[in-house]
Design a binder for this molecule. Structure first.
Ligand SMILES: *Cc1c(COP(=O)(O)O)cnc(C)c1O
Length: 574
């Protein structure tokens, strides 16, 4: 007999090592965490039944300090969870190296536009019953060595499962692993199936049962970006029995535990984060069915106040339904110019406040802000300083705003920041370049919205998606970007922005990319900006209408719902 009402949809438990919810909660390091926060916010807006699971990271990622030479130093980014989160009652114990490590959770609540709530659970091991070392496991995001990291990932994956279970979230749950860090949750699922069975023998049917509950999103096309742990370490941390179980499930490659392979093995649905990244992932992991769902950003979060006001006046539906941003085509160019000019004022004020540098509101302003790491090539713009000086002098003036932290152990990334400082010094007044310290969500919002052109120069094909150009587009800021990640889909030449180089899949020589970048600035962008402001405003408007309406997490979460969470006819099954 069919029931009248369908059973409630399964709850999604979204696991992520980092989550960016607000600037006061510094538990994110870059795009991965921002995406996680935006995903949870859009799930709340859409009324999707979802909970988030992450670590508390009491010392945050880090606070960045830059000396006059551009040398980065770091201090802990301490925050008080007590002021923002609610501690929860249950404490669970997990086994790490034969010790019991106690874990509790703190709750944060996201309220969606419709009032629907999505809780986020922050796992914490800083409990007096734990050893001092175990208490550090939830202290720093990406802080320790590989031993510390593996223990952290046990807390995230297995501790997270234990906490959810203690909170009564265990039946009809789909687990979404946002990157491989949380893949040990699949080991917990497998173990609970095998409980009471002799010798932990499992069959392919057990693996399939776990797969039915798991979704995995991979985020990097760079092999070194995938966590791997040597087998000796895995045995030490997880113990002999668990290590043997993992080994029997064939997710160990080259005598190490590769968290991506673990997640691939146990997920029923796997995706990359943009069309091109999906294709590259299929090549990297042959034999796995890998789909693509292109990333987005949470539109209401990343739209600057003056632009949000403009949308509210002309397309008030945009908050509820981001697809209505398509109707920006009906907004006057003049008003788009005005809203952007206001956002630019805000940025210039912030630059003045932080650095005491007075930039001009009449000068074409280029923005570049994201994690400082080698493949993103923040220094590509400075490949030929003479040519750049010539452009600024003869074609039209330019000024540049930079931001971005390098991981404390990423010497290449730190060198990139120094190179930007050196170029800034060499250019002097010929082309003002400012680097803003301690890039975070609030600064990201101001920079992405306030500049006139968003520059993106990754070494192809290493940018899985990239999201800051999407934030810029929402605010009417076109991109000048290498055709990689999301830009392969978002780019319409001279309509939503401009490409650097062509769309071939082979990597270009850095000198070719630099030449293309200068050519576009010289022949197209600078003359357009100064000579045809109306035409430039039209490109701003198309960036909003074509890209803002699509590259948002409302569309993205809807795609996860359709393709990953509730595929088949599950919605109508009783
Ligand atoms: C959006 C954002 C990022 C991601 O930038 P990408 O362009 O995807 O590299 C990183 N950090 C912060 C603070 C952000 O707001």
């Amino acid at each position: 007999m069919r029931h009248k009402s369908a059973p409630p949809l399964k709850t999604i438990a979204y696991f992520s090592m980092e989550v960016g919810l607000e600037s006061g909660i510094p538990t994110y390091g870059g795009g991965l965490g921002i995406l996680a926060g935006d995903t949870l916010r859009s799930a709340a807006d859409l009324g999707v039944s979802m909970v988030g699971v992450t670590l508390l990271h009491r010392s945050g990622y880090f606070r960045q300090h830059l000396d006059p030479g551009g040398n980065q130093t770091e201090t802990p980014d301490l925050w008080n969870p007590e002021d923002i989160l609610h501690p929860l009652e249950p404490k669970v114990a997990i086994t790490i190296e034969d010790r019991q490590v106690r874990v509790r959770a703190w709750r944060y609540e996201i309220q969606g536009l419709s009032g629907h709530k999505v809780p986020v659970y922050f796992l914490d091991t800083a409990l007096s019953e734990n050893t001092p070392w175990d208490q550090t496991l939830t202290d720093h995001l990406y802080g320790g060595d590989s031993h510390h990291r593996l223990c952290q990932e046990v807390v995230l994956g297995m501790g997270g499962m234990a906490i959810l279970s203690a909170l009564g979230i265990k039946d009809r749950v789909i687990y979404h692993m946002n990157e491989g860090h949380s893949a040990l949750l699949s080991l917990s699922l497998l173990e609970s199936r095998l409980q009471g069975r002799e010798g932990l023998i499992h069959t392919e049917a057990d693996v399939e049962a776990v797969q039915r509950q798991c979704v995995f999103t991979t985020h990097t096309p760079v092999p070194a970006g995938h966590d791997q742990f040597p087998w000796e370490l895995v045995k030490q941390v997880l113990g002999h029995d668990r290590a043997a179980l993992l080994e029997a499930t064939q997710c160990c490659v080259d005598m190490s535990l590769n968290m991506t392979y673990l997640a691939l093995r146990f997920a029923r649905y796997i995706n990359g984060v943009a069309m091109r990244h999906g294709e590259i992932s299929v090549g990297m992991f042959p034999g796995y069915p890998i789909d693509a769902i292109t990333n987005g950003v949470h539109a209401v979060t990343w739209t600057s106040p003056p632009v949000a006001d403009l949308f509210d006046r002309h397309i008030p539906e945009w908050r509820r339904d981001n697809f209505y941003l398509r109707y920006a085509v009906g907004v006057s160019l003049h008003e788009i110019q005005q809203a952007h000019a206001q956002a630019k004022q805000e940025l210039l004020k912030e630059v003045d406040r932080r650095r005491g540098v007075h930039l001009s509101e009449n000068v074409l302003t280029i923005g570049f802000a994201r994690r400082a790491t080698t493949y993103k090539r923040p220094d590509l713009l400075f490949s030929d300083l003479d040519r750049l000086r010539g452009l600024a002098r003869q074609v039209g003036p330019i000024q540049v705003v930079f931001g971005g932290k390098a991981h404390p152990q990423d010497e290449g990334g730190k060198a990139m920041i120094r190179r930007v400082f050196q170029a800034a010094a060499a250019l002097g007044d010929a082309m003002p370049v400012v680097y803003l310290e301690n890039y975070d969500m609030s600064l990201g919002k101001i920079i992405c919205a306030g500049v006139d052109l968003w520059l993106n120069t990754p070494q192809r094909p290493q940018e899985a998606s990239g999201t800051s150009g999407m934030k810029a587009a929402l605010n009417g800021v076109p991109s000048l970007s290498v055709l990689d990640g999301w830009w392969v889909e978002g780019h319409v030449e001279h309509v939503t922005g401009w490409s650097i180089g062509d769309n071939s899949e082979s990597p270009a020589e850095p000198s070719q990319d630099a030449a293309s970048l200068y050519d576009k600035l010289e022949r197209v962008i600078i003359p357009l900006y100064y000579g045809k402001p109306e035409a430039y405003a039209k490109i701003r408007r198309s960036a909003i209408a074509l890209n803002g309406s699509f590259f948002n997490t409302q569309r993205m979460v809807s795609q996860y719902v359709t393709n990953a969470y509730y595929p088949f006819q599950e919605n109508s099954r009783n």
